[in-house]
Write a protein that binds this ligand. Structure first.
Ligand code: UTP
Length: 304
C-alpha cells in the first residue's frame, strides 16, 4: 500500500530553524522527525512512500536515500493547505492509501490501523478543540468533521493519521473543495474534504491514537523529545549527565551539566554550560550558557 507524507510546509512556528531546515528534518529524541515516521511504516511493510515536497525539498530527497523502498517525490508548487498537498499525491485509482502528516509521530499499530474496510481517522482528546480539526462521533462512527470551529462538537481532534480505502474518492472530494473554493483560514483543508465525503455517505471510523507526538510547535516538540528519548551517549568525565540524554557523534562536552531530557546532535561542542529539557541541533558550539526548554542551534542564541 502507498503512504502519502506531506512535508512541503514552511514550518513557520519553528523559526528560525526552519529557515535552514525542512521542519520534518529537525531532530527529536536522537533522530530526525522524518525517521520516526518512516521507520514504523517500513516495519509495517508499507514501502511505497510518496513525499509531498516543497520548502527545502532537496533536503528531504537527500535524507531518505538512506532507506530502501519505493519512494516518490511530488512537488507542491504553492502552499495552499494540507488538502491541496495531499491532492498532489493522489492518483485516479481505487487503491487504498495511508496519509501521515510530516510533523506528527505515532506510537500505533499501523497494521491494525489499515486493516479496516472503511476509511479510518486517527483521533485523540485535546484541551482546546477550537484550534484543531475535530470529529463528531457516535461509538466509533464519524458523523461530521469540523475544522477550527468556534463551537466544536467534541474535544476529539484529528491526529494526522488517515486511512482511505479508495484514494479516488478522496481525490474527487478535494477537487470539489478547490472548484467550489471552500477554504478555512484561506487554505484547502483535508478536514473540509472529509466533511464533503461524509455528506456524500462515505463511512468513516474513528481510531484512538493517544500516543501522538506533534513536532509542529516548540512546546509539543520538547514534549515529544521528553517522551521518546532513550539514553545513548559516550562518557564525558568532566561533565554531569542527568538521564535521559542522547548525545550524537563527534561531540565535545566539558565542565557542563547535561539533562534531564536533552538531545544533542552530531558535531557539537558544549563547554561550561547547563542544558536541560532541550534539543541542540548539529554543529552547535555552546559556551558558558544555560539553555532550558529550547530547541537551539549555532552558538545557542539561535533558538525557539
Ligand atoms: P502544518 O500546517 O502544521 O505545517 O502542516 P506548516 O505549514 O509547515 O507549519 P506552520 O503553520 O508554517 O508552522 C502539517 C503537515 O502538512 C505539511 C507540512 O509540511 C506538515 O508536515 N503541509 C502543510 C504541506 O505539505 N503543504 C501545505 O500546504 C501545508
Amino acid at each position: 500500500m502507498k503512504a502519502i507524507i506531506p512535508v512541503a510546509g514552511y514550518g513557520t512556528r519553528l523559526k528560525p530553524h526552519t529557515d535552514r531546515y525542512q521542519k520534518t528534518l529537525l531532530p527529536v529524541a536522537g533522530k530526525l522527525a522524518l525517521d520516526h515516521i518512516i521507520e514504523p511504516l517500513l516495519e509495517a511493510g508499507i514501502n511505497d512512500l510518496c513525499f509531498i515536497v516543497g520548502h527545502f525539498k532537496e533536503q528531504v530527497i537527500e535524507h531518505v536515500k538512506k532507506y530502501e523502498g519505493n519512494f516518490s517525490f511530488v512537488e507542491q508548487k504553492e502552499r495552499l493547505g494540507l488538502g491541496h498537498a495531499i491532492l498532489t499525491g493522489l492518483e485516479e485509482s481505487d487503491e487504498p492509501t495511508l496519509v501521515q502528516l510530516g510533523d506528527t509521530i505515532f506510537d500505533v499499530n499501523i497494521a491494525d490501523f489499515i486493516s479496516s474496510e472503511e476509511n479510518v481517522i486517527g483521533i485523540y482528546g485535546v484541551d482546546d478543540p477550537t484550534r484543531f480539526g475535530v470529529v463528531d462521533i457516535s461509538d466509533d462512527k464519524i458523523n461530521g468533521f469540523y475544522e477550527k470551529h468556534p463551537n466544536p462538537p467534541s474535544n476529539l481532534a484529528i491526529s494526522g493519521l488517515y486511512f482511505f480505502n479508495n484514494q479516488n474518492i478522496l481525490k474527487k472530494a478535494i477537487e470539489e473543495l478547490i472548484t467550489k473554493q471552500i477554504t478555512t483560514n484561506n487554505e484547502y483543508q483535508i478536514t473540509d474534504a472529509l466533511q464533503l465525503m461524509v455528506q456524500n455517505g462515505e463511512p468513516f471510523k474513528a481510531y484512538d491514537t493517544p500516543d501522538i507526538y506533534d513536532v509542529g510547535v516548540p512546546e509539543t516538540f520538547l514534549y515529544s523529545n521528553r517522551k521518546l528519548l532513550q539514553s545513548q551517549h559516550d562518557e564525558f568525565p568532566t561533565s554531569k549527565i542527568i538521564e535521559p540524554v542522547f548525545i550524537g557523534k563527534n561531540c565535545i562536552i566539558e565542565e557542563s551539566i547535561i539533562g534531564p531530557y536533552v538531545t544533542i546532535m552530531d558535531n557539537c561542542s558544549i563547554t561550561n554550560s547547563k542544558i536541560e529539557d532541550s534539543i541542540i541541533l548539529e554543529n552547535s558550539s555552546i559556551d558558558d550558557q544555560s539553555i532550558i526548554g529550547k530547541i537551539a542551534a549555532k552558538d545557542g542564541t539561535e533558538s525557539c
